[in-house]
Design a protein around this ligand. Structure first.
Ligand SMILES: CC(=O)SCCNC(=O)CCNC(=O)[C@H](O)C(C)(C)COP(=O)(O)OP(=O)(O)OC[C@H]1O[C@@H](n2cnc3c(N)ncnc32)[C@H](O)[C@@H]1OP(=O)(O)O
Length: 206
């Protein structure tokens, strides 16, 4: 039986475990940096913090970082990459992924998500429930497309950016790094690094 180690015992971690078990993993074991005295997390074993995972990753057929914060997820993935841990991606069996799409490692694709032809998802990306990423999009490392958000074709999104729940991005735009696009925003022009955009049409938040 293949066992997956998941770093991040949270709601996002529960979603990761659910996808893992629906996609062929036999069991999961959780790690997290908080409340390290526990022995269980929901239905699963809990085995310690990040350090304990780094020391024991060889016991697991795969390792996944299920931390919603883009920056922390990126940092944890870098630690695991440095020691050649077997970082895997989790793809919900009822997501739709073009055979011409490209996914990095440590990516999560949740149920109902659609990745169109020639879209490219960087390491640690989260393509959440019912969201769509159009043709030829390039998403750099650890971008989160939240539930129900839609990214039109040929959009470039910089590392660590977050496309909020229900937001939409017009085709061909360039979204910088560390951008936060708010719930329900309609983005119709390029975004600079670090901007927080809200509204319809989206404008920088004061
Ligand atoms: C499975 C999952 O759960 S995935 C998680 C999905 N979650 C998301 O996508 C969350 C995205 N985050 C947001 O949209 C946030 O509201 C942010 C980041 C844009 C702003 O957050 P904060 O800085 O904390 O703003 P705060 O909540 O204090 O609101 C400040 C003002 O902006 C307004 N505002 C906040 N977000 C938005 C928005 N998306 N659209 C329009 N106005 C907004 C508020 O109404 C408030 O206005 P007021 O000053 O007139 O009362």
């Amino acid at each position: 039986m293949k066992t997956l180690a998941i770093l991040g015992a949270s709601g996002h971690g529960r979603v990761a475990a659910d996808i893992a078990l629906q996609s062929g993993w036999g069991d999961v074991v959780f790690f997290d940096d908080s409340d390290t005295n526990r022995t269980r997390f929901e239905h699963w074993s809990f085995a310690g913090n990040t350090t304990e995972l780094l020391n024991s990753f060889g016991h697991y057929a795969g390792v996944f970082v299920a931390i919603g914060n883009n920056k922390i997820r990126s940092e944890k993935l870098a630690l695991l990459r440095d020691i050649n841990a077997p970082i895997i991606s989790l793809i919900h069996p009822r997501s739709i992924i073009s055979p011409f799409a490209t996914l990095g490692s440590g990516v999560m694709v949740v149920g109902g998500a659609v990745l169109c032809a020639f879209s490219c998802i960087g390491d640690g990306g989260i393509i959440n429930s019912g969201s769509t990423v159009g043709h030829d999009c390039q998403l750099e490392e650890c971008v989160h497309v939240a539930p129900g958000a839609h990214v039109a074709g040929n959009v470039h999104i910089g590392r660590l950016s977050w496309v909020g729940i229900g937001a939409a991005i017009r085709q061909g735009l360039v979204i910088g790094s560390n951008v936060m696009i708010g719930v329900g925003a309609a983005v119709v022009s390029n975004a600079e690094d670090g901007q927080v955009l809200i509204g319809v049409p989206a404008k920088p938040k004061n």
